[in-house]
Design a protein. Structure first.
Length: 227
């Protein structure tokens, strides 16, 4: 039986495994707010509001740049929030902040799209398998999940790159992690702090500064020159 890590009282049915969680997650009874993930036999519930300037503003910048790059290369699909990916190999069902599914991943059957139960044409509700790229932005309530549990699950699911970003402190942390032989490994940064993404075929650096009104603004800089 799955262990439930519950931060706010919501009604969760009896769930014994990943298949049961996926069934619930795609049902009308699944909560329409908050983030609820299944990771290695545990249901993790986070109903905390999203921080505007250390999460929301940052997510928009990162997702827009990634989307522009994927569109430029005609590489595949980009999903932000509320798009669920499930993996039997990773014992995982989650809704990443951002994820990229490439056309080769689809063609090679590393991922597939799960259709809506009604069978309506062109209606899909879940991704099964391992995305090429996943981005998670750390919040106060997700530190251990994003830094310890999800990296293991995403690796086992076959994810090629895991971008882990933490903007909560005085120092902005941007880690572009790539698949190693047994786990994700840091991508070496060059002298200008760029890290290479093999998925997006470019180098990236994340900068942060104060707007003239005092709040944080971000820029995900891309360099296509060899590093």
């Amino acid at each position: 039986m799955a262990t439930i890590l519950l931060e706010e009282q919501i009604e969760i049915p009896t769930i014994y495994d990943l298949a049961g969680f996926r069934h619930w997650a795609l049902s009308e009874d699944f909560p329409d707010r908050g983030r609820i993930d299944y990771i290695a036999g545990k249901i993790e519930v986070d109903m905390s509001p999203e921080d505007l300037f250390t999460h929301g503003e940052l997510k928009v910048e990162v997702s827009c740049e990634i989307k522009n790059r994927v569109k430029q290369l005609d590489l595949g699909h980009v999903y932000v929030d509320s798009a669920r990916v499930s993996s039997l190999a990773g014992s995982l069902s989650a809704e990443p902040d951002v994820m990229v599914i490439t056309y080769p991943a689809i063609d090679e059957h590393r991922v597939s799209f799960i259709p809506k139960a009604t069978g309506d044409k062109d209606r899909y509700v879940e991704i099964e398998g391992g995305p090429d790229l996943v981005v998670e932005i750390v919040s106060d309530s997700s530190v251990k999940k994003d830094t310890l549990r999800l990296p293991i699950a995403y690796y086992q699911a076959g994810v090629r790159e895991y971008w882990l970003i933490d903007a909560r402190g005085e120092e902005l942390s941007f880690q572009l992690l790539r698949r190693g032989s047994a786990a994700f490994e840091p991508t070496p940064a060059d002298a200008d702090s760029y890290q290479r993404s093999e998925v997006l075929n470019a180098q990236y650096r994340l900068d942060r500064s104060r707007h003239q009104r005092g709040h944080w603004v971000y820029q995900l800089r891309r360099s296509e020159s060899p590093k």
